[in-house]
Design a protein around this ligand. Structure first.
Ligand code: GYE
Length: 321
């Protein structure tokens, strides 16, 4: 083939143009997500972290991950470092509801979109985040309350309840208390005689239950724990006090993790309200949609169920967390 001047110049032009382009622009640039996790306080949280890590890998998203050890200041530090690193999207599960506006305004000023997962913030300005995906905690509290009022509807006399709250100031602790109270208040025989935080951990759940038992012992009819881990810790305390969990004291908790199913199968926990930690895939598709310029709904609610001990053995094999 005769090479004329025109083909030669265009071939040279294309070659020099390619030479000038950075390699990253030729391949598709990987999206970078900065995720500021609450901690590793519970089985739920471990499953949530695992879901986020594996979904990021699957989606081909580069994940920068940090564990705040249940401290807000650590989460704020992590978010600031993601802003400094100019990640594409920041996601986090706020340990408590308040105190986020300043750092969220910094992200907004840097034009980095923020996604809230699992827990929400209490802020008047909802332009500070793109979407909040996670459970309806008030409804979970209501489910716990409805199960109890139904189970004890024929009971005469007071039903004395002790409550193990989640982390003080966190959305699930505030909302699960609210939803539960909303239902039980319809009948004055239901009385919350003690309520204290166990910070969503087994160790604190056990410790606080020991104190409850010391103070009220046999007076306690029901334990309402804001998560399974605290209930599992409390079950130990109840056994060590020589009482039978789920028989002497009716136990209700929330999450539906494997540990709760094992406790139900062993006859030590009466019911667990489901709260799914498997938010990873949903988060990754939100990250992609945001970068593609799509509009997301402000609220994405997780669909969930409730598991009484009678169905635990049948459900157990299909549980994913
Ligand atoms: O219930 C608890 C965890 O925010 C829904 O946090 C989550 C809660 C969950 O530590 O086990």
């Amino acid at each position: 083939m005769a090479i004329n001047r025109r083909t030669l110049t265009s071939a040279l032009g294309a070659a020099s143009l390619i030479g000038m382009l950075p390699v990253a622009a030729l391949a598709q640039k990987k999206l970078v997500l900065g995720f500021a996790q609450v901690g590793a306080e519970s089985e739920w949280r471990t499953a949530n972290t695992e879901s986020i890590k594996s979904a990021a890998k699957e989606a081909g998203i580069e994940l920068k991950f940090s564990d705040a050890q249940q401290k807000q200041e650590n989460q704020i530090k992590a978010i600031r470092s993601y802003i400094a690193q100019k990640v594409d999207v920041i996601a986090f599960s706020p340990v408590v509801e308040t105190g986020w506006d300043t750092v969220l305004l910094e992200a907004k000023a840097a034009k980095i979109p923020v996604v809230l997962t699992d827990r929400s913030v209490n802020s008047k300005d909802n332009s500070l985040y793109v979407t909040f995906m996670g459970s309806d905690f008030v409804e979970e509290g209501r489910k716990a309350g409805r199960w109890l009022t139904e189970k004890m509807k024929d009971q005469k006399g007071d039903v004395n309840i002790v409550e193990l709250q989640g982390t003080v100031g966190s959305a699930p602790a505030i909302d699960r208390k609210k939803g539960f109270e909303e239902i039980i208040k319809a009948d004055p025989k239901f009385k919350i005689i003690r309520s204290q935080t166990g910070d969503f951990t087994r160790a604190k759940g056990k410790e606080v239950m020991e104190a409850f038992l010391k103070a009220d012992g046999k007076k306690i009819n029901v334990l309402y724990a804001h998560n399974d881990d605290m209930a599992i810790g409390a079950i130990q305390a109840i056994e060590e006090a020589g009482m039978k969990p789920a028989t002497d004291i009716t136990i209700i908790s929330i999450d539906g993790v494997k540990g709760a199913f094992e406790a139900m199968i062993a006859g030590k926990l009466n019911v667990s309200v489901e709260c799914s930690p498997l938010l990873g895939p949903q988060l990754m598709s939100a990250v992609k949609d945001i970068k593609a310029g799509k509009t997301l709904p402000k609220r994405i609610v997780t669909v969930e169920s409730i598991f009484p001990m009678e169905v635990a053995a049948k459900e157990f094999p299909s549980r994913k967390y």
